[in-house]
Design a protein around this ligand. Structure first.
Ligand SMILES: [Zn+2]
Ligand SMILES: [Zn+2]
Length: 665
């Protein structure tokens, strides 16, 4: 028996508060009573407690000594407890109005919570409104959340009418995990907790949407109805969140893609994008920009789209990645032993291996913009962000091990500079070996060590993503933040010691013998398709002039000035400016309005004075009705310079959009 100052009798526990003071209470004392003994006001302000970092609700009997923290609205964990409690309140309301609904899971998620239900008839938006109204009643009734610990047999009895819960209970068979149920008023759920003390704690919430979701995320199981909702501790936070959702909706690239006539999708080509003339211009402009940035230090090659499985067996894709590949029937063998390439790496390795390389030639950087195919589930496809056919600005670097740090720095500067052009900022994440992987632990140790050292040599901050590496190596991911604060994972630098082994890649060292190079996989935009979706939403469709499919629109006030206007358009085209003429027989206001809707950066209005004095009445996107009169030469010089420097101008039509904040800073 150990004796010491903190030793307590077997039935007493000692709780240490953040200020270092202690409370000694009998084991089994409710958390609520401990908080109440510290202060009545603190008890009112508390949502839950944490003991040794584990969040417990206030009604939990405390059984262990340790660090004791009261969770109030100042603690970020309060929101998760509140949101999860909100899921119970939602289910309570749904069960009152639709007693037939079977309950699945109801967790808190990043921006709120959801609950899954199995129902005969899908929910409608009217149902959603009714559920929300019913939740307000449940909240007003102030039902306490009551926890009870039960045996497996007791639990099965309680959920005898809930097949999904019964299935969940099967997981407890033979385990000694504590099974607990929670009730709030008429509703009972199988749950580990924790929850807020009673339903009245949920004050600022909103039901958002309904979506189909497979039971347990398994496509072979039944489709449930998932209700998404959000909740916040403060009304202002809820309002700000709803505003952000509204703003995202307005910027939705699928909506803007249609209204700006950039791309289309056809059911006969699921997940493959049909680019319109304007969209193609946007795409090509972006691709040309990447090409230009890469022309000095990189070598572009075009490689085949279709390969025999022998290549995929060598690369490891056939074993680890085949379900994501489109297999193609080879008529000669009668087998599906050909595949469309899902990535460019093996073709680059094949090419590198076919030549002799000296240590002096490294690093060797191959880039390819070829079309790639990945067999995404049709249900997961969405706009430009989840597609089956796409192209990457894909690069593979072959280098000596002693070049890793310098190369990672070079690539990082390249990637971050690219994002800056669009006013996007990036956060770095370091991802380590995943469960599903190829290669020995020794190779992984070496790869992770080398990449991490290279990352640290840049002096930049980064976050860890344990277990999130590629199946062939660790990686640095670049998450960019757009103009309304959303994060997107884009670029990547992946270090690979496996491919050089599998493809028997070598270079001749200064000792005249063969050595293994290391491979780095690098993408900047991710896929062009997804990057364009992000740009559409980031700029709300109001692209900077260099990127705009239509840069200048010339509008004669009357047909008398058509000839002069046409001459101006031709002059701009000769300068490489994408200019159009709108000489239609419509009113001036109508034509200007249409140019605004199309988010054309510059409109030049030509009337008598402009025609006589060789000027333009310039309407700048985002500047309202204001018209600047300026000499044609000045205008052309200005636009040419903005295109050349890829300036983030002009502003977007409404003040909250990005280009304006960017140029103002
Ligand atoms: Zn719960
Ligand atoms: Zn690759």
């Amino acid at each position: 028996m150990i004796d010491g100052p903190l030793a307590a009798a077997a039935d007493m526990i000692v709780l240490t508060l953040p200020d270092g003071s202690t409370r000694e209470v009998p084991a089994g004392t409710l958390a609520r009573d401990v908080v109440g003994s510290i202060g009545a006001r603190l008890l009112q302000a508390s949502y839950a407690v944490a003991v040794n970092g584990e969040v417990l609700d206030l009604m939990t009997p405390l059984r262990a000594s340790g660090a004791f923290v009261v969770i109030t609205d100042k603690d970020p964990r309060a929101l998760g407890v509140l949101r999860h409690s909100g899921a119970h309140i939602l289910a309570t309301a749904v069960r009152r109005l639709r007693p037939d609904a079977k309950i699945g899971f109801g967790p808190a998620i990043e921006d709120g919570f959801y609950y899954d239900f199995e129902v005969e008839k899908p929910f409608t938006p009217d149902d959603l409104a009714a559920f929300e109204a019913e939740m307000k009643k449940v909240i007003a009734e102030k039902y306490p959340f009551v926890r009870e610990e039960v045996t497996l047999a007791q639990a099965r009895e309680r959920f005898v009418d809930d097949p999904l819960k019964l299935e969940r209970l099967d997981d407890f068979e033979g385990s000694d995990e504590v099974i607990s149920t929670y009730t709030d008023g008429p509703f009972i759920d199988l749950c580990r907790g924790p929850h807020v003390p009673d339903t009245s704690y949920l004050k600022h919430f909103k039901l958002l949407s309904i979506a189909g979701a497979y039971w347990r995320g398994d496509v072979k199981r039944q489709m449930l109805q998932r209700i998404y909702a959000t909740a916040f501790l403060k009304k202002d936070d809820l309002d700000a969140h709803l505003h952000r959702i509204e703003e995202s909706r307005k910027r939705d690239h699928r909506v803007l893609g249609k209204s700006l006539d950039l791309f289309q999708l056809f059911p006969v080509a699921p997940g493959a994008v049909f680019w319109t003339p304007k969209g193609t211009t946007l795409y090509n402009t972006l691709e040309a920009f990447v090409r230009e940035r890469q022309q000095d230090a990189f070598k572009e090659i075009k490689t085949p789209l279709l390969y025999n499985k022998a290549l995929w067996e060598q690369s490891g894709h056939w074993g680890k990645y085949r379900e994501n590949m489109f297999l193609v029937l080879d008529n000669e063998t009668g087998e599906h032993d050909m595949s469309l390439k899902p990535m460019n790496c093996p073709s680059h390795h094949l090419y590198f291996a076919s030549h002799k390389h000296s240590y002096r030639d490294l690093p060797m950087r191959y880039v390819t913009f070829d079309v790639l195919h990945r067999n995404e589930l049709s249900g997961a496809l969405s706009g430009l962000t989840r597609v089956r056919q796409f192209a990457q600005d894909d690069c593979h670097v072959y280098l000596r091990e002693d070049q890793i740090a310098a190369e990672v720095q070079f690539l990082m500067t390249f990637i971050l500079g690219y994002y800056e052009t669009f006013g996007l900022t990036a956060r770095l994440k370091f991802a380590t070996r995943p469960e599903q992987r190829i290669g020995s632990d020794e190779l992984w140790d070496r790869a992770e060590g080398a990449l991490r050292a290279a990352l640290e040599s840049t002096g930049r901050e980064y976050e860890m993503k344990e277990g999130d590496g590629a199946f062939y190596g660790p990686k640095i991911d670049f998450d960019v933040t757009d103009s309304i604060g959303r994060a997107w994972q884009l670029g990547t630098i992946q270090l690979d010691y496996n491919a050089p082994e599998r493809f028997d890649l070598t270079y001749t060292g200064d000792d005249n013998t063969a050595h293994r190079p290391v491979v780095i996989h690098r993408a900047v935009s991710g896929s062009f398709e997804r990057f364009i979706a992000i740009l559409i939403e980031h700029f709300a469709g109001a692209f900077p002039v260099w990127l705009s499919p239509e840069q200048v629109r010339v509008i004669p006030i009357a047909s008398d000035y058509n000839e002069q206007s046409e001459a101006l358009v031709q002059r701009m085209k000769a300068l490489g400016i994408r200019a159009t003429l709108d000489a239609r027989n419509e009113t001036l206001n109508y034509r200007i309005r249409e140019g605004e809707v199309q988010k054309v950066p510059y409109m030049c209005v030509i009337g008598r004075r402009e025609a006589e004095e060789n000027t333009v009445a310039l309407r700048i996107r985002g500047a309202g009705k204001k018209q600047d009169i300026l000499p044609v030469d000045d205008f052309l010089a200005r636009v040419t310079e903005e295109i050349r420097t890829r300036a983030l101008v002009p502003a977007a039509p409404d003040a909250s959009t990005p280009a304006e904040t960017e140029t103002a800073s």
